[in-house]
Structure formats: C-alpha cells, structure tokens
Design a protein around this ligand. Structure first.
Ligand code: FES
Ligand SMILES: [Fe+2]
Length: 341
C-alpha cells in the first residue's frame, strides 16, 4: 500500500483494547498514534490511559510499573501518578511535584471495549462513542445476544477512512460479499460528527429479484472515523462494531466484533452453536473487505460512476472535520494527490 494522503492522527474515539484485557492491577502496554501508552486499572476498577513515560527521568511505566491502590508507581524511583496523570508522591521528599503531569486520554468503556479520545489539539470530546445496543433506540441490550465474537488484526497498512467508505459503497457488495443484487441506500445523514447510513440488502435469493422486493437491511452509525456500529433487520439478528485505530504513519489495528441475537429453541446449546457459526460468517465477510483495504491505495480524486458521486463526496467531506488541518493530509500532500492525474 502507498502511504495514505490522509492524516494518521485524526480526532475522535478509537479502540485501544478490550476491557477484559486489563484487569484490576494490570498495566497494559500499547502503541497508538505514534505514542507509547499504558492502560492500567485501579483497585476500585477505574481505568486510565496515559503516555507511557514517567515525567521524572523517563522510565517506561509499562515495564515494571505497579498499580498501588488508586495510583501507578514507577519502577525506577517509585514516584506515583494518579489516574489524571498528576504526580501525587515522591517517596523521598515530603511533597509531590504538582506541576508535572503525564498526558492522559479521556477514556470510555463501552460494549466490552476501551475507547480513548484522541485529539492533537487536546480538545475535549465533542461527540460520544456509539453504543452498539443503545444507539439504535431499541431496548435490545447485550442480554438478548450470545457472547461477543471478535476479530483482531494488527499492524495492517490501511487507513480508518477506507472502512467507513464501505458505508456508501453500494457496488462492492456484489463483488466482495457475493450478494445476489446490488443494495440500495435509503439514508445518508452526514450532518454531524456522528453519521448515519441505512441500506436495503439481501444475501439470499438469486440475481433475478428486485431490490424493491427485498425485506432486509442494515443500519450503520459512524462515531467519527474510529468506530462504526451496525444493526441488521429482516435477517439473522446481528450487531457489529468495527474499530480501526492508527498505530503509526502507515499502519492501523483493526478490531471487529459481532453479537448474534439469541435464538429460541428446545436445545439452547445447539442454538448457541448455530449463533456462533453465524457470527463466524459475519466475521468472514468482514475479512473479505480487509483483504481489499490492506492493499488499497487511496484514490483522490477517485474516478466515480454517476451513482457513486453523491455518497462518496458526502462521506469525504464529512471526514475532513476529523483531520488536524481540515483537509485530510498536509495541504501539500493533498494538492500533490489531486495533481497526479
Ligand atoms: S523515572 Fe519514574 S520515578 Fe524516576
Ligand atoms: Fe464490505
């Protein structure tokens, strides 16, 4: 893949871990947005995500750092930092260094995921990460679904925007996902930081059917560039979360989660096995997309068919609000990309 002419440091909510990877007292090491980070959970169960280096002499808190009650203790000289990144104790001095602070990230745990708010300018969150159950305005909580099934692919050469562009890309379904006919979009709402896309789609029947007669579809909600949730209707009840988080200037981690609705039946174990198979099938379809995305080169301006113009223009304009310079890349890169003809 060519390095995308889009910033790999966009603003928004991004998944950095799953909640169950970080138990009480754990210090979890990771790298996102070109920053070494740690996520750690206090004794009372609260999670904190911060840059990994101690502000004293720069030890990496992910290698030997220890959770002590509600604070994180550096392995080098024992300085203690609270969940806000403030120094609260220097063990060999009677008062802490109140001025020094490790950069922390706003963090939300939702749908078994750990999301952080990333913004180069340090602004507060200006939208909420979508909840795969609550966001659709129905009462289907997690209890109505089998356990979450997951896919985790690390270090792929792709940009989060590629994944979102699926949401307007009606033509790929037939070729990538083998749908019998081309789906039709019934809603494109790109007015706010959270956008909404609905489409009618079927995975069954033959290519002789008319899309007007199809009684199934998908609703998608994009919470910025990092997190998208979907809900299906008229087919096996499923909800998905896709989360793409930039690691460095070239690569991203991709997480995909599926919940399949519980199915009634005399044999619950058998029904759950079936549910698990459906989940694996949904994951398989997502990996078909990944295969394209991880080798793709961002085309800008793209050669579009007439029917594609409106959707792609809308989503690309919408995406600009999340980039540091409002253009997607540095102005020079974007200019060069538009000229390469
Ligand atoms: S480097 Fe962390 S306490 Fe010294
Ligand atoms: Fe797709």
């Amino acid at each position: 893949m060519a390095k995308p002419p889009l910033s790999m440091k966009p603003t928004g909510w991004f998944q950095v871990a799953w909640s169950d990877e970080i138990g009480v007292g754990d210090v979890h090491t990771m790298k996102y947005f070109d920053q070494e980070m740690v996520a750690w959970r206090t004794e009372s169960g609260r999670i904190s995500v911060m840059n990994a280096y101690c502000e004293h002499l720069g030890a990496h808190l992910g290698y030997g750092g220890k959770v002590v009650g509600e604070v994180l203790q550096c392995p080098f000289h024992g300085w203690q930092w609270n969940e806000g990144g403030r120094n609260v104790c220097i063990p060999y001095q009677d008062r802490p260094n109140r001025g020094r602070r490790i950069r922390t990230y706003p963090v939300v745990e939702r749908n078994e995921s750990v999301y952080i708010w990333h913004d180069l300018q340090g602004r507060e969150p200006f939208f909420e990460p979508p909840d795969v159950f609550a966001a659709f305005g129905d009462d289907g909580g997690a209890a109505g679904y089998y356990p979450q099934q997951r896919l985790f692919r690390q270090g792929l050469e792709l940009h989060p925007q590629y994944v979102l562009e699926n949401g307007v890309d009606f033509a790929h379904f037939k070729f990538v996902h083998d749908t019998p006919i081309v789906p039709v979009f019934t809603r494109h709402d790109f007015a706010g930081a959270v956008s909404y896309v609905d489409f009618t789609i079927t995975f069954s029947g033959d290519d002789g059917q008319r899309i007007e007669d199809v009684n199934s579809g998908v609703q998608a909600i994009n919470g910025g560039l990092g997190i998208a949730v979907t809900k299906s209707w008229g087919m096996v009840d499923n909800r998905t979360i896709s989360a793409v988080t930039p690691v460095d200037e070239r690569t991203s981690d991709v997480r995909f989660m599926v919940y399949i609705g519980r199915m009634p039946g005399k044999d619950p174990a058998r029904a759950e096995r079936k549910g698990c198979e459906f989940g694996q099938e949904v994951i398989r379809q997502f990996t078909q997309d990944i295969e394209i995305w991880q080798h793709q080169r961002y085309s800008d301006p793209p050669a579009l068919a007439a029917a594609e113009y409106e959707g792609f223009t809308a989503i690309r304009n919408w995406a600009k609000q999340f980039y540091p310079d409002g253009l997607g890349g540095s102005a020079a890169e974007v200019y060069a990309a538009t000229r390469k003809g």
